[in-house]
Design a binder for this molecule. Structure first.
Ligand code: ZN
Length: 282
């Protein structure tokens, strides 16, 4: 019979093998731990989005829907295919009739924008910054990385059996928390600074390639920073803290992203999306 010590050694060897096999590289060139297959992440994202659609109120008014689609489509046209993007290349964009300023994207090609976000991100460029940033989190596999870290933190041995057990209901909270849409489930985990800054970098690049002015990302975060000092900071702020560093980084990346923007404009990418009237109550 194996001693506890020996078994622990075998156990950690298995875990180590799993961890090595489960590393991937982000499009920013950083190595990350991703224990969950992209296909499984897609399935989890789709399931969470179905729940959110059932619990929330989908906006029926055509105008905000047309507007959000007008901003999202040029971005979706320029983002990299493959990797953590949905396998069929299709993204579903849903506007929710909800006055809390929030927006999110999930693996499996799902994007949700609250009407309340349109009252904060008031220009097409600011909304493009929000959507580009959220898509960035998905393509950078941040949800997968967070879930993997929390699984490893809970118990190293779980890492070996994660493939079998990750769809069990007790993983549900870790899953939705990891995806960053936990508010609906009473779980809210802010993304780390590292994740936020990566999503900023790629999000600003995406919006510029789509023909939106990357300077609008800076305007958006300055506005967010101001709002966060008020009595009712936007819900989005609790998972996306605005800070000096992020604004400085976005400003530092402006010369390169401005080149991309001017190139896109020269090639005829000139989105002209007209915001709908802000609904009363916002
Ligand atoms: Zn974020």
């Amino acid at each position: 019979m194996m001693s506890t010590h020996a078994r622990a050694r075998v156990g950690s060897g298995v875990v180590l093998a799993v961890l090595i096999a489960a590393c991937s590289t982000t499009m920013t060139g950083r190595r990350q731990l991703t224990l969950i297959d992209d296909e499984k992440m897609d399935a989890l994202g789709v399931a969470a989005f179905t729940d959110i659609k059932q619990q929330g109120k989908v906006e029926k008014d055509r105008r905000p829907n047309t507007y959000v689609r007008c901003v999202a489509d040029p971005i979706l046209a320029v983002i990299p295919k493959g990797g953590a993007a949905p396998k069929d290349g299709r993204w579903e964009v849903i506007v929710f009739d909800d006055s809390t300023p929030n927006a999110f994207a999930l693996p499996g090609g799902k994007i949700g924008v609250h009407t309340g976000m349109l009252a904060v991100a008031t220009t097409q460029g600011q909304l493009a910054a929000v959507i580009g940033h959220e898509i960035g989190h998905v393509l950078l596999r941040h949800g997968n990385e967070r879930m993997s870290q929390s699984i490893v933190a809970q118990s190293a041995m779980d890492a070996g059996s994660v493939a079998l057990s990750q769809t069990r209901p007790e993983y549900r909270d870790a899953v939705v928390g990891g995806l960053g849409v936990g508010a609906q489930y009473g779980v809210l985990l802010p993304f780390s600074r590292k994740h936020e800054s990566e999503a900023d970098v790629v999000g600003q690049r995406f919006m510029a390639q789509a023909g939106f002015n990357p300077a609008e990302a800076i305007a958006l975060w300055k506005k967010m920073a101001k709002l966060s000092q008020g009595t009712q900071p936007p819900e989005w702020m609790s998972t996306h803290p605005a800070n000096e560093t992020r604004i400085e980084n976005l400003e530092a990346n402006l010369p390169q992203t401005r080149e991309l923007y001017l190139g896109a404009r020269a090639r005829g990418k000139r989105p002209n999306c007209v915001p709908p009237p802000v609904p009363s109550g916002n």
